[in-house]
Write a protein that binds this ligand. Structure first.
Ligand SMILES: Nc1ncnc2c1ncn2[C@@H]1O[C@H](COP(=O)(O)OP(=O)(O)OP(=O)(O)O)[C@@H](O)[C@H]1O
Ligand SMILES: O=C(O)[C@@H](O)C(=O)CO
Length: 418
């Protein structure tokens, strides 16, 4: 194996896995750190963690344990994959995990590259944009778990890290990878530990990927994956049929939506026009232990419908704020996640094979509940959202990041069934 990726949530893991496969790297995604021997025949391995919004010590311990597993299994370069909108906890897990990985590797410098231009995440003079908005003016301001109120990557990174950041701006990047490497040396000589890099087109990411050859550890969103994959191209076997292993079959299917992002709200509204749909009662999640059984009965009643039944907690910012004020953000978030976990297990036990899930935290809890060891990566439904199939061959999942996909995503995902 060549490249080892540590992803801080499950949709982020499938996101980067999809781009690595698109760029020629045979890739397997693992559900957490394997507890027993597993034969992974791949160029890249992505370990999915649920470390974005957990306590910082837990995030550090799990990420370092994942790094050690990747090192023990022969990986030569390491990639800490976090969100293209740089969100984690209020205090920030990205900085502490980056510092811990650098320390474990005995390295003193890395790159911070959240940009994913194909999905509107760009960096200009060190400031992160979501399409035409600064991050802090985007829908991420109202994120239920990790609201983003700043857009300066240098300020955000330095506030949560032991080291300091310097900027590699687009003017340097457009001079080529040698200029970027020289800028890295300048920043290191000034005592910086992180290079925050601009990127607002695919060419920038290819150049940064070339410059990343000199780094044992890189960090960022999935955008850098294409550039990194190109560094290994001479080592790669033809994997044209690799995506076949990840193709979903036509089988009983359910759609879960636990994301409250702007795009997911649009996707849910469009999908409700054509599919059976059930809006979750958050109070029932908190107070009624049998609630998931009631909703299970509703799903199975509708499981044969032309479009898969949708179960959703998705709410707009106003409704979500009211719920959080009434029940508490953490308590309500946790109760909804536990509800989806219980429902997923029961549906799997009764023959549901395909799960389309919106939301990173939601995807993590559902995937962990389904006890899938790992995934083969299939075709992309939308940039950053591939179908993936369990290595046991039983289940297929489409784990959609909150703001990814177009408004027809849920129906489009079902058009891939063979
Ligand atoms: N109506 C609701 N009331 C309270 N909490 C909710 C509600 N709907 C969803 N949640 C919670 O909000 C959180 C949404 O996080 P999640 O990561 O699943 O979505 P996202 O942040 O939009 O996706 P991504 O991280 O991929 O961008 C989850 O913990 C979910 O349980
Ligand atoms: O990078 C992204 O935006 C996604 O892969 C993600 O991490 C959302 O949870």
């Amino acid at each position: 194996m060549l490249l080892g990726v540590i992803a801080d949530d499950f949709t982020g893991a499938t996101d980067i896995a999809g781009f690595l496969v698109e760029n020629g790297m045979r890739t397997v995604q693992l559900n957490g750190i394997p507890k027993e021997e597993i034969d992974v025949n791949a160029d890249a391995v992505v370990i999915s963690l649920k470390s974005r919004s957990c306590p910082v010590d837990e995030a550090i311990n799990n990420s370092v344990a994942a790094l050690k597993w990747l090192q023990a299994n022969g990986c030569q370069q390491f990639y800490f994959k976090y969100c293209s909108t740089f969100d984690s906890t209020a205090e920030g897990n990205i900085g502490p995990v980056t510092d811990a990985l650098l320390a474990e590797l005995g390295e003193a410098f890395t790159m911070v590259c959240p940009a994913l231009p194909v999905n509107g995440r760009t960096v200009y003079n060190g400031h992160l944009f979501v399409f035409q908005d600064l991050l802090s003016d985007s829908g991420m301001r109202n994120h239920p778990v990790t609201p983003m109120t700043d857009s300066s990557l240098i300020r955000m990174m330095d506030a949560q890290s032991q080291g300091t950041s310097g900027l590699v701006n687009f003017q340097v990047i457009e001079q080529g990878s040698q200029a970027v490497t020289e800028r890295f040396e300048e920043l290191k000589a000034q005592g910086n530990r992180y290079a925050v890099v601009d990127a607002f087109n695919a060419e920038h990411l290819v150049t940064l990927g070339q410059a990343a050859k000199s780094l044992k550890l890189v960090t960022g969103g999935s955008g850098l994956a294409a550039g990194i994959a190109k560094n290994w191209v001479e080592h790669l076997e033809d994997q044209s049929d690799a995506k076949q292993a990840g193709n979903p079959a036509k089988a009983p299917t359910v759609v879960f939506s636990g994301s409250c992002s702007v795009m997911t709200n649009q996707q849910v509204a469009i999908y409700k026009e054509k599919a059976p749909h059930f809006a979750i009662d958050v109070k029932a999640c908190l107070t009624d232990e049998s609630y998931s059984n009631q909703v299970f009965d509703w799903v199975m009643t509708n499981i044969e419908s032309e479009f898969a039944p949708l179960v959703y907690a998705t709410a707009d910012a106003t409704a979500l704020k009211a719920i959080q004020q009434e029940f508490g953000a953490q308590a309500s978030s946790h109760a909804v996640e536990q509800f989806f976990s219980q429902l997923a297990i029961k549906l799997q036990q009764h023959g549901v094979k395909n799960f389309i899930v919106a939301g990173g935290e939601t995807s993590g809890v559902v995937t962990q509940s389904l006890a899938v060891k790992g995934f083969h990566i299939g075709p992309q439904i939308a940039p950053g959202v591939p179908w993936v199939k369990s290595v046991e061959g039983e289940l297929s999942l489409a784990l959609k990041s909150g703001n990814f996909g177009d408004e027809n995503f849920f129906a489009k995902a079902q058009s891939f069934f063979a």
